[in-house]
Design a protein around this ligand. Sequence first.
Ligand code: NAD
Length: 356
Amino acid sequence: MKKKIAVIAGDGIGPEIVGEAVRVLKKVAKKFGHTFVLDEKLVGGAAYDAVGDCLPDDTLKACQQADAVLLGAVGGPKWDKLPGPQRPEKRALLTLRKELGLFANLRPAKVWDPLKSASPLKPEIVGEGLDLLVVRELTGGVYFGEHSRAADGQSALDKMPYSVMEIERIARVAFESARKRHSHVTCVDKANVLETSRLWREVVQRVHDADYATVDLDFMYVDNAAMQLVRAPSRFDVILTENMFGDILSDEASQITGSIGMLPSASLRADGFGMYEPIHGSAPDIAGLGIANPLATILSAAMMLRHTFGLTQEADAVEAAVGQVLAAGDRTVDIATADAAALSTHDMGTAVVEAL
Ligand code: NAD
C-alpha cells in the first residue's frame, strides 16, 4: 500500500515525539511492505516564526492533499500574546479541523495493565481496568458559533448551534465504534437546560432505533457524567457528546488513566481521512530536554493505520509493541516509578521499533 502522510510536528516537544512516531511508521512500512511518503510541513508557532502565519497555505494544502495527517502539538508561551485569531491553537488547530471537515474526535482512554498504579483513582475503583472511548463532535457547537461582545463591553454572547445533520453523523460514528467494542453508548448532554441537548437526544434516539437497536443506549447529564467518570469509570464504554462537553470530559478521562503522555486521538472525516495527534499539548516545560513520552504519538500513528488506512494487522502490531515495552518495564519520566531510571524520548522510540 502506498500512502501520503502530511507530518506537521509543531512546537515544543512536537518535533521530538513526532520524530519517534515517524521511525515507527518507517519500521511498519519496511516490515509489512508498504510505502509511506512523508510530507513534512511547518505549523503553529514554528510556522509563525518562519513565515508569520501559524497555518501557512502550503501546510494546509499538503494536509488537504495527503491521505492522513500526523500532528505533534502547537502553542507555547512565546506565542501567547498574539491576537486570538492568530494564535496557534485557534489559527492552526481550529482551522485545520474546519477546513479538513474533521467532525469526529475519537479519544480512547485506557489504563495499560503495567501502568495501573499510575491512575490517581483507588485500585477498587479502577478495578479490572479502565477502557473507554470518548466520541466528541468537533466542528460544531459553541466553539464554532457566533462570538460577540456588546458595544458597551458590558455583556458577551457565544452561540451554540447544532443541526440534525451534525448530530446524526457523529451519532453514527459512536454507534459504529460501540459495535467494535462493548456495544454501549452513553450520550452525554444537558437536556434539562439546553435546547441543543434536547435536539441531540431526539436525533441520537432516532438513529439508534432505526439502525443500531442492538447497541445499548443511555443518556446522562454532563455534570453527572463528570462525577461518574471518577466514581465508576468502568460503567462507560463509548461516551458520545458535543464539542465543549467532549473537550472537558475527554481531558478528565485522560487524567484518570494517570498518564497524559500515553493517550492518542483521531479526528476523522466521513470518508475516513483523519488527523492524528496525542491529546497532550506542546509541553514547553520539558521541550528540548529529550524526555517527553512519545507513546501517545506512536499510538496516534497506530490509530492512523487502523482508521484511515484500514491496516488492522499493522495497527495491532504497533499497539502490541507498546504493550511489550511497558510490560518489560520501559518508562519515560512521566510514567516512571521512583526506583527505576527513565528512558529518553529517543530510547523509548527505539524500544518500540525493536519490539516491532
Ligand atoms: P501540556 O499537555 O502541553 O502539558 C501539561 C503537562 O503534561 C506538562 O507538565 C507537560 O510537561 C506534561 N506532558 C505533556 N505531554 C507530555 C509527554 N508526552 N511526556 C511527558 N510529559 C508530558 O499542556 P499545557 O502546559 O496546558 O499547554 C502547553 C501548550 O500546549 C499551550 O500553549 C497549549 O495551548 C498547547 N496545547 C496544544 C494542544 C494541541 O496542539 N493539540 C493541546 C493542548 C495544549
